[in-house]
Design a protein around this ligand. Sequence first.
Ligand SMILES: Nc1ncnc2c1ncn2[C@@H]1O[C@H](COP(=O)(O)OP(=O)(O)OP(=O)(O)O)[C@@H](O)[C@H]1O
Length: 906
Amino acid sequence: MPTADPSRGVVPDGAHSSSSATKPSRSRTTIPTPSGKWILGKTIGAGSMGKVKLARKEDGGEQVACKIIPRGSTDDGHQSRADRERADHSKEVRTQREAAIVSLLNHPYICGLRDSVRTNYHWYMLFEYVNGGQMLDYIISHGKLKEKQARKFSRQIASALDYCHRNSIVHRDLKIENILISKNGDIKIIDFGLSNLFAPRGHLKTFCGSLYFAAPELLQARAYTGPEVDVWSFGIVLYVLVCGKVPFDDQSMPALHAKIKKGVVDYPNWLSSECKHLISRMLVTDPKQRASMQEVMTHPWMVKGFNGPPDNFLPPREPLVAPLDPEVFQAMHGFNFGSPESIQAQILKTIESDEYQRAVRMYQREKDTPQPPKEGEKKRGFGLDFYKRRNSQHSRDTLTGPSTEALQLGNDPLNAFSPLLSIYYLVKEKQDRERVDTAPPTAARDHDHETERPREKETAPMPELAAPRAAVTNSAAYEMPGEKPTGGRSRPRARTHGEDDAPETIKGGHLAPPEPKPEKEKKEGTVPGLLRRFSTRKRREPERTERDRSHPPVVQVHSPSHELGPRKSYSIRRSRRDQDEDGEPSARSGSSQPQHRELLSPPVSAGGARRSGLGRSTSVNSGADVRRNQSSRLAKDPPPTSGSEQSMNAEQQGPPRPGHGHSRSVTMRAKSLGHARRESIQQRRQRREEAREANVPEETDLENEQSGRSSEKLDDSELAKPVFLKGLFSVSTTSGKSVPAIRADIRRVLKQLNVDYTEIKGGFTCRHAPSIDLNKVQDPPMSPSANRRRFSFGGLRRGEDDSRESDGPPKTPRTPGRSDRDRSYSNSETSVDSIPRRNNGPSRRAPGETSTQVQSDLGGSMVLEFEIFIVKVPLLTLHGVQFKRLTGNTWQYKSMADQILRELRL
Ligand SMILES: Nc1ncnc2c1ncn2[C@@H]1O[C@H](COP(=O)(O)OP(=O)(O)OP(=O)(O)O)[C@@H](O)[C@H]1O
C-alpha cells in the first residue's frame, strides 16, 4: 500500500482543527489516507511521543495500531520562542525520518508501517497491529525465560537488527519495551523514533535511548558509528530475557552510570557458559572490542539447535549500475537527501567512485570463486556460492577480523555501502513489492509480514543469497541535515541532541559477509507460536499445598518443555564492594529499596524467605474446550476491556457494522448467547469486540471509566472479565477465591502500598506517586562545561508534551528522581537544555562526568499509572490478576506489580 507522502503535504485537520497555533481542541476520530479512512478506536499504548490507538479501516475489518504524535512541543512557559521552534523542527525531522525509515522496512520481525499521514497538528502512523502482547508482560509473567525460548527471540532480534544494519539503519532504542509479540509468538520490534541512518565510516553524535539499555560510549558522549550501540542494547535485552532483570541497576543514577561504564556483569549460575559468553561479548564496554552483529549471529549459543545463524531476510541484490530508476529517486524523501536530481547525482557519483567499483570487483570475484562448503552446510545442500560467500569474508570477520561492526561495514556494494545506496535499494524493493501488490490475487501485501514471509522456523533450508564482501573503502560520508537537538516528545523520554548524526569519515575495515538465509530449526520444532502452545500441566485447587500457596500461582503458557521446577533466586546483590566502588553509599541508604532488582524474582514470603516452585501452573486454553464450557458464562461476561483482550480479535474482525455506536453490551451479549452453540468462540468475541469498538469514539474505555466507579455500583458480571489467550502474557497469579474476595485483597494491598485506585469494570485503575525527600537527592558538582552535554532521564508520562531536545541556553535542570527507573536519556555535544521544567530541583551529575549534566523528570518519571484486572480463567474456576501499565517507568511498574503479587498471596 502506498504510504502517504508526509513530506509533500499536510492533510488539513479540517473539522478537527482549532484556532490555536499548536493545539487542536480535539483530536480527529478518522484518519484519511490514500488507501481509505481509518476510524480511531481505543488507546492501546502510550509512549513519550504520544498515544497509540487501535484504528479500523472504514470499509473493512482491517485493524492497525495508530501512533499519534502531536506536532510541536508543549510550551511550558520556560522555553523561549527560538527554543520552541528549534525543538519543533527537530521533532518534525525525527518523526518524518521515523515514518520514512519504517515505511521502507520489510522484515518479519519488525513492525511494519501501513501508512502515515501528517495533519496540521499530528502525525498519524498506521502500523501493523501486533496483538500478542509485550515482551515486558511476558517476562513479568514468566520471571525469566528458558534459554531455548530466549534463543528463539534472540535470533529474531538479531535477524531484525542485522537487516537494519545492512540497510544502513541503526535503531538506537532497542529495549524490552520495544519488543512486542505477534499472534504467532514471534517478536516485532517497534519504535524507530530514535533510529537513523549511519555511514560505515561516519560517526553519529546523537546520544539517545533508554539508560538501562544504553551503551557506555553513549554515556560518555563519544561519537559512534551506529550498529555497535544496538549490539550493546541487544546484550542487555538478552540478559533480561534469561535473567529476568537488567544487568546494571542502582537507585543512584550516578552509580548506575558508573556501573554501565564499568560493565561488570553478574551472571547467575544457572546460565549456560555459552550464554554467558555471548552476553559477555556483547556487553563489552569498548565498542571496538565488542562483538559485531556477525559474531553475535554466529555465536554457538545463537546457533545451538539450528542449522546456522538467523536469516536476516535481506532480499537478493545486485550492484548498482547506471542508468538507475528515476522513479526511485522521486520516492527517496523523508531523509533530507535533497531533490531527486541531487539524489541521482550523488548516487551516480557514488557508484562511479573507485571505492564502489573496487567493491563490485571484489564482489564479482568472490561470487565467481567457488569455495568448499563446511561440513554442516554440505549436509544441508546449500549452493556453492553461499558457502563461498559465507566462508570467505564472513568467517574471516567473525573469527579473526576486527570485532566492531564499524570496521566491517562499508565494503559490501550491496548492503550498507552508504545510506544513499541503502535507501535506493529499499525504495526500489518497496516499489517492486507494491507492483506485485497491485497485481492480481496472489500478490502479498508488503505490510503483512506474517503471511508474506515464512518465519524462521518455517522457512525452507535453501538460503537466499546475499552478496560477498569486498575489501574496498567507502569514504563517502553521509550527512543527515536538519536535525537539531530538540524535537521534544510529548512525554519525558529524552531523545537526541546534537548537530545530529552528521557522520564523520573514519577509516574502516571490511563488511561482514552474508548470512545463510532461510533455515530450519532442528531441535526446537516449529513452535506454532507461544500463544498457541499450552501446557496441560495443572493442578486442582484442593491439591495445592501450603508450599504451593505460598507462591503465587501462575497462569502461563509455555512450551511443552517449560520448566516447572523450582525457580532460582536471582536477586541483585548489593554488595559492599558495589557500594565502595560506586562511592555512593548515601544515595542508596535509607529505606527505599532498589525498585526492580528482584522484580522478576520468585515472590518472597512475608518473612522474606524465598519460595521455590511455581505452585500451580495452569494452562489457559481456549477454543473448543472453552467454547463448550464457557458458552453459558459468556453471555454474562462483559466484553474484554483491556488492550490485550482487544488485540485478540484484531485479525478476526469482519467489516464494521452499521448501527454500532449506541449502548453496547446488552444487545451484543444477548446476541452472543443466542449463537453460542453455533459460532466459534472467536467469532463471538469478534462480534463483542466490534460492538465495543463501535462504541469507543475517541478515548478508551478506561478513560471513560476513570471518572471513578465503586465496586458497589458494578454488577457482578463487571467485577471480572474473561481471559483468553491474552492472559498468557500478563496473568501472573490465579486463585480459587471468589472475585469479591480477590477484589477485597487487592483493595487491602493497594491501600497498604499507598496506591491510589479507582474501581472500574473488571478491576482497578491505579496511580502511585512515591514521596521523595528532595534533601536526600544528591547534586554532584558541575564542571564548567556542564552545559555542553546533556543526559536527561525520565519515565514515560501520558498526555504531556516534553521537549527534551533543544539547544537553547542552559536552564535549571530538573531533579532526577532516585527512583527514576526508566531513565531515558539524551546527550549532546552541542546542545544545552530546554526541557520543559516540572518539579525543578537540584541537579545531579554522574561522578566523573565532567561534561555532562544529568537531568531527570522527577514528577513524570515517578508517577506510575496502571490497571489491575481480575480475569476469569476458563474451565478452571480460577481467577487471575492481570496488570497493564498505563504510564510511568517500566521498571518501577514491574517492581510494583511484583510487590502487589507478593502481598496478595493469592
Ligand atoms: N504496532 C503496535 N501494535 C500494538 N501495540 C503497539 C504497537 N505500536 C506501539 N504499541 C503500543 O504503544 C506503546 C507505545 O509505542 P511506541 O513505543 O512506538 O511509542 P513511543 O512514544 O515511541 O514510546 P517510547 O516513549 O518508548 O519511545 C508500546 O509500548 C505498545 O504498547
